[in-house]
Design a protein around this ligand. Structure first.
Ligand code: URA
Length: 237
């Protein structure tokens, strides 16, 4: 037996919070009866749920957090390259599991893989403006002027404009290290931003998506399932 809000969020596209709200508003019927108590327990195998009169198709979604190593492309299959899916054990390769966004082949760090198309959309949609945090080593001395330029929103010579981001210089020298937060996911965005500042990227690692940080216990190439709290955290960042 499991809590109604847990069943609803685990087996549907609703987050735990959205599920609780739907239940509280009496929009969820369990076996034909409105249930307003999110903690009420049911058997997920047998309960028939409707939301606003529509039967819920019970389908467990799977979402993983991968510490992507360099050398893998963010795709489900590729004729030439190794893909991030190859890092997922056969028993965890759920149907429709795909990367929620892309990291370049040489970029490392946090990549979310999900079978939940709705969740994927909420993570990558430009409208949602989910912040992504990167750590980067660049060639050249990063200065406050670079941080100011990122905060103002970098405009490329081509006219392309990036939204304002946040650059925190961690180490300044011939090679500098910085944390960079951006809320878009354009092609090679960090590399193009840093190149525009004249500081080409040497290494790039994603450390967070929204409020969800890469689990420090995951070695490169390792992954784990995301809990509902982890998923909620993405949207709190
Ligand atoms: N920006 C890039 O340039 N590359 C990535 O992989 C991610 C963000």
């Amino acid at each position: 037996m499991e809590r109604l809000d847990k069943i609803l969020s685990e087996y549907s596209r609703y987050s735990r919070r959205e599920a609780s709200e739907l239940i509280r508003r009496g929009r969820v019927l369990a076996d034909g009866v409105p249930v307003r108590d999110a903690a009420a327990k049911f058997d997920p195998e047998t309960v028939r749920l409707t939301v606003d009169g529509t039967a819920l198709v019970i389908r467990k979604q799977h979402t993983l957090m991968l510490n992507k190593p360099a050398g893998y492309v963010s795709a489900t299959d590729d004729p030439r390259e190794k893909t991030v899916l190859e890092l997922v054990r056969e028993e965890d390769r759920y149907p429709e599991l795909f990367p929620a966004g892309r990291l370049d082949k040489d970029t490392t760090g946090l990549l979310i893989l999900t079978s939940d198309g709705d969740l994927c959309h909420r993570i990558i949609s430009p409208k949602k403006e989910i912040w992504k945090t990167y750590e980067t080593d660049v060639q050249g001395l990063l200065t406050k002027a670079d941080a100011d330029a990122v905060r103002a929103g970098i405009r490329l010579q081509s006219g392309e404009q990036f939204l304002p981001g946040e650059l925190t210089v961690l180490e300044a020298g011939e090679v500098s290290r910085a944390e960079l937060k951006i809320r878009e996911g354009k092609f090679h965005q960090v590399k193009r931003m840093m190149a525009a500042l004249g500081k080409p990227v040497l290494h790039l690692r994603r450390t967070a998506v929204g409020g969800l940080r890469l689990d420090p216990l995951l070695a490169p190439g390792e992954y784990r399932t995301l809990t509902e709290q982890d998923i909620d955290r993405i949207f709190l960042g």
